[in-house]
Design a binder for this molecule. Structure first.
Ligand code: CUA
Length: 153
């Protein structure tokens, strides 16, 4: 008699679980994050803004400059960039090949650059000096050599 109760309980629990799973998968599948920007990784070089890596002054926005980075094994483009002190910069970056990291050493700027996706981070540079950008996602034999520099002047 009790076996029957547990059998029914187990079946109902399984059905509830499958329903929850199905609903969440359906829901998630139909509601991707609205801020997700995608890009064809094969066409990074001809797709704006990645066709012009580097610093670009902008007007009429909450930030002063847009800093475009393209990562590929095992370097960033640009390899070095100068930024005027006390400016707000929106970093826009992507990867051409595999997943790379984008960390400005000693700050809380830390992004993952994934092929096919655009990563963005807006930050302010208040201190003069050199900032090292390093890759913190293992991306191959040249991973440890992958870096770029932001010179705040
Ligand atoms: Cu790129 Cu590690």
């Amino acid at each position: 008699k009790f076996e029957k109760v547990w059998l029914i309980f187990g079946t109902v629990a399984l059905l509830v679980f499958l329903t929850v799973l199905g609903v969440s998968a359906f829901y998630l599948g139909n509601q991707p994050p609205s801020c997700l920007v995608t890009i064809d990784p094969e066409k990074v070089e001809v797709t704006a803004p990645f066709n012009a890596p580097g610093l670009h002054e902008v007007t009429g926005k909450d930030w002063d400059y847009e800093l475009v980075f393209v990562a590929s094994a095992f370097s960033y483009s640009p390899a070095k960039v100068e930024i005027p002190k006390d400016s707000t910069v929106k970093v826009i970056a992507t990867s051409k090949d595999v997943i790379h990291g984008f960390e400005i050493a000693g700050t809380n700027v830390n992004m993952m650059l994934e092929p096919g996706f655009v990563s963005e981070y807006t930050t302010r540079f208040n201190n003069e000096g050199e900032n090292l950008i390093i890759c913190n996602e293992y991306c191959g034999v040249g991973h440890h050599m992958m870096s770029s520099r932001i010179e705040v002047v």
